[in-house]
Design a protein around this ligand. Structure first.
Ligand code: DAH
Length: 324
């Protein structure tokens, strides 16, 4: 059997085409192949020997099958794709994957899109006016402090939240409106387990004639259920944001505790006025979701820094999420 194996490998190394490979395969493990014939002869051996020889023969057969499969891939790789109608071969090794932040964002955006939100984009470099003033954030507000905002030399700043998207969208569209965006936001924060100077938000808002807190609550419930399951519950807790009145924070009941997840509220009449929408005729709701926070809760990630270090051992764990 050792001779047979040696002989096979010698023959294999001389193979240059797929046809030759197929012939070699038939010669060894085909219906009348050398190995096949040996296997047929097993029944003539005494039981003890039959078992021993049988297991060695079967192992050799498996090995030959595997080696031939591999060699076939190699040979096919070398053939120029002269027939574009041939089916593609699936590559499992080295396939890329979506980042967990992108996976969570896509899930949220899909829910919003299905509910009729238009998905848009805003710039990462913003004017002070869009980022603060028009959002009813007065001059004295601590959010304007240089400690938290990253200003550029030209007086513009890296947006500290995605809320200026509301302003841009409302300036260029007339109500009724329903829009959302996903993107990076920047703050002069520490970089530790729970803070990062760059993170991601999803901003959504709607303006119509009879928008109520009820629509806001229902919308957020759909998002939370899509991400955390039908059993997830949401709780609204009074809060403060300059651009909403009333303002609320949403907590999600997950694995036995209430977790603060996002900010929201009814768009402040001043904000509507600032973009030329009459608050006596129109009302709206808005919400801002911290995507890292959602991802951390959903996947049980305790340190926000994992998202940015790009350690493949971390990233690989999310590979299959892409395929569902
Ligand atoms: N912009 C807020 C932040 O960055 C989050 C937020 C709160 C957005 C309430 C909203 C909202 O649209 O209504 O912390």
């Amino acid at each position: 059997m050792e001779d047979l194996k040696k002989e096979f490998y010698e023959r294999l190394s001389a193979v240059k085409t797929v046809a030759e490979l197929d012939a070699l395969k038939a010669e060894y493990i085909g219906k009348k192949g050398k190995i096949t014939q040996q296997l047929k002869r097993l029944k003539d051996l005494p039981p003890e020997e039959r078992r021993r020889v049988g297991s060695v023969l079967n192992a050799l057969k498996k090995e030959i099958e595997a080696v031939i499969r591999e060699r076939r891939e190699d040979l096919l790789d070398r053939i120029k794709p002269s027939d574009p109608t041939l089916p593609g071969r699936l590559r499992r090794k080295g396939v890329g994957a979506l980042h967990p932040i992108r996976i969570v964002a896509n899930e949220i955006l899909k829910v919003l899109e299905n509910m009729g939100f238009e998905i848009g984009e805003g710039p990462e470099v913003e004017t002070d006016e869009n980022n603060f003033t028009l959002l009813n954030i007065p001059q004295w507000h601590p959010a304007r402090d240089m400690q938290q905002s990253l200003y550029l030399n030209n007086g513009m700043l890296l947006r500290t939240h995605t809320s200026p998207f509301q302003i841009r969208y409302m300036k260029s569209h007339r109500p009724p409106l329903k829009a959302a965006t996903f993107g990076k936001v920047f703050r002069a924060d520490d970089f530790d387990a729970t803070h990062s100077p760059v993170f991601h938000q999803i901003e959504g808002f709607a303006v119509d004639r009879d928008i109520s807190i009820g629509s806001l609550k229902w919308t957020l419930e759909q998002i939370v259920k899509a991400l955390f399951g039908e059993d997830a519950r949401v709780k609204f807790v009074p809060s403060y944001f300059p651009f909403t009145e009333p303002s609320m924070e949403v907590s999600v009941w997950y694995r036995g505790e209430w977790l603060e997840m996002l900010g929201c509220g009814m768009i402040h009449p001043n904000v509507l006025k600032n973009v030329g929408i009459d608050p006596d005729e129109w009302s709206g709701y808005a919400f801002g979701i911290g995507v890292e926070r959602f991802a951390m809760v959903k996947y049980g990630i305790e340190d926000i820094r994992h998202f940015y270090e790009n350690d493949v051992r971390f990233l690989r764990q999310f590979r299959y999420e892409n395929w569902v």
